[in-house]
Design a protein around this ligand. Structure first.
Ligand SMILES: C[S@@+](CC[C@H](N)C(=O)[O-])C[C@H]1O[C@@H](n2cnc3c(N)ncnc32)[C@H](O)[C@@H]1O
Length: 216
């Protein structure tokens, strides 16, 4: 058991965010985001570690036979909800308290890392990506579904303008982060497609969905 040492305001904020998370995403999940998750997570194989699992919206989208699924979530309020969600998930799935920048796994010991809507939020995405590269086996894969900086200069300018308020509203999420470029700069080969997050504000609508593998 871990003790949350965050200031009381931060604890209340993260509880509020965790409580609102699923209702806020509900429509988008039904309008297509759930299908994006399912298609991506169907590619998970072998020992699979999901970072920033949140309330567990991915849990029901894994194949039931996925082997050794570990769901990592550092926020206690999110983790409480995740614990409940995992009861209906693949057999043997377990929840741990870990940040993406410090994963409690040996070097080259994981086949699949999953990140959905997480690399926008971690404070040090380059450190998280180094850690993902460290734990992945040489033939391992990072499966990702992330909202990204828009390729439209007009929308990107709006993402820059609204980045501060959005970050406060969405518990640290950076709506203007060029996540795909960060993944490539961290030594991964990326195979991604563009999509849209339905029923969400335009500043977080552009999605990149795909698979990244280590460059030998
Ligand atoms: C927008 S939510 C995404 C939740 C879930 N992955 C999903 O697809 O719905 C971002 C999650 O990242 C978690 N998070 C924040 N900082 C993190 C870090 N450094 N390492 C891992 N997860 C982190 C948050 O606690 C939160 O649960």
């Amino acid at each position: 058991m871990t003790t949350d040492t965050s200031p009381p305001d931060a604890v209340a904020g993260s509880r509020f965010f965790a409580a609102l998370y699923d209702p806020f995403l509900w429509l988008g999940e039904r309008a297509g985001m759930g299908a994006h998750r399912r298609e991506l997570l169907g590619q998970a194989r072998g020992r699979t570690v999901e970072i920033g699992s949140g309330t567990g919206l991915n849990v029901g989208h894994y194949r039931r036979d996925v082997e050794d699924l570990v769901l990592a979530e550092p926020d206690p309020a999110m983790r409480g909800r995740l614990q409940k969600a995992v009861r209906g998930g693949p057999r043997g799935a377990r929840v741990i308290d870990a940040r993406a920048e410090a994963l409690p796994f040996d070097d080259a010991s994981v086949d699949t890392v999953v990140s959905t809507l997480v690399l926008c939020t971690v404070d040090a995405p380059d450190a998280a990506l180094r850690e993902i590269a460290r734990v992945l086996r040489p033939d391992g894969q990072l499966l990702f579904l992330e909202h990204v900086r828009s390729e439209s200069p007009t929308l990107a300018r709006w993402q820059d303008r609204l980045a501060g308020p959005w970050q406060r509203f969405a518990e640290g999420c950076r709506c203007n982060r060029a996540t795909l470029e960060l993944v490539t700069a961290s030594g991964f080969r990326v195979d991604a497609r563009a999509a849209a997050w339905p029923a969400m504000p335009p500043i977080v609508r552009p999605l990149a969905i795909g698979r990244a593998t280590l460059v030998a």
